[in-house]
Design a protein around this ligand. Sequence first.
Ligand code: IPM
Ligand code: MN
Length: 359
Amino acid sequence: MKNGKVAVLSGDGIGPEVMEQAMAVLKAAEGRFGFQLEYTRADVGGIAIDNHGKALPDSTVEICRASDAILFGSVGGPKWESLPPAEQPERAALLPLRKIFGLYANLRPAKCYQQLIHASPVKNEIIPHGFDILVVRELTGGLYFGQPKQTVKTETGERAVDTMVYETGEIERVAHVAFRAAQKRSKKVAVVDKANVLECGQLWRRTCKAIAPQYPDVAVEFIYVDNAAMQVVRNPAHYDVMLCENTFGDIISDEVAAVAGSLGMLPSASLAEGTFGLYEPSGGTAPDIAGKGIANPIAQILSAALMLRFSFAMDEAAVAIEQAVEKVIASGLRTGDIFSAGTTKVGTAEMGAAIAAAV
Ligand code: IPM
Ligand code: MN
């Protein structure tokens, strides 16, 4: 698709400054590959609370509806932390967006580049070549959305209920995403569940076992989530695709991101049926460094690359951006979060400009 529409939701904290660099890199890609996307900006998160009274204004939803993809920055910050949980930017913006647009498949790559293994908290001799894990997280089911979901008063206090519920079809569709992704990678899927305790876990296991024969080139293993949490620290390089239900994927994806070393490098894609998707960095708003021009823009830039790949079928342009990032890393440029002795420390804008130039 050469003339698609993108809703640009930069949000709060470092969102706007890293988004600016992603836009510059997209512009470079447009120039090189001869396409032109139309970008419409809209408020989301804390800034939307300030300007419109809620984290996800209807006007923003309409702009997203009129678009082919959402390029998302990050939301939240100290200013809005005292709001009731349900009104806080993160929850009040992201969860409805996921539900409204049916973003059921969340792809969270946690790649530890060989040149950056020093940034990983794991002993470097365990990961001499870095590693490359893709967490595929189910994003619109499970405990996050299951009903009943409520808190009631009791004689002795309160009683809170969340419901983990999955249907076969919800598991199948995200499992297909995981298996197809594995076919393009190292051809391994680890299904992460709690089948020893949870009914849902047993259904996940049965459903994935039934699908696996459709992908004879992919090796499948099943692992309980507690064990998975341990193994990704002991031997992250063992894993390729890790398929998780919503809550387990929330936790495991943060864990592998931390093991990979820099949150500032990790993009994500949340995909709907068809080609619509929301693309955002895995890290947060980093309020401590916001506005200083030192944030790492790479996660936002790689999120834009994922957008070109999944929503606009421009794999070539996506690969060009990914290779530009690798080239700039190889050339020794580093933002503060990935800096080490012997490399060159740069700010957000310089990093973005170098990547745009490499595209
Ligand atoms: C994430 C976040 C969200 C989630 C929160 C902010 C609702 O932690 O995207 O992983 O739990 O899914
Ligand atoms: Mn999370």
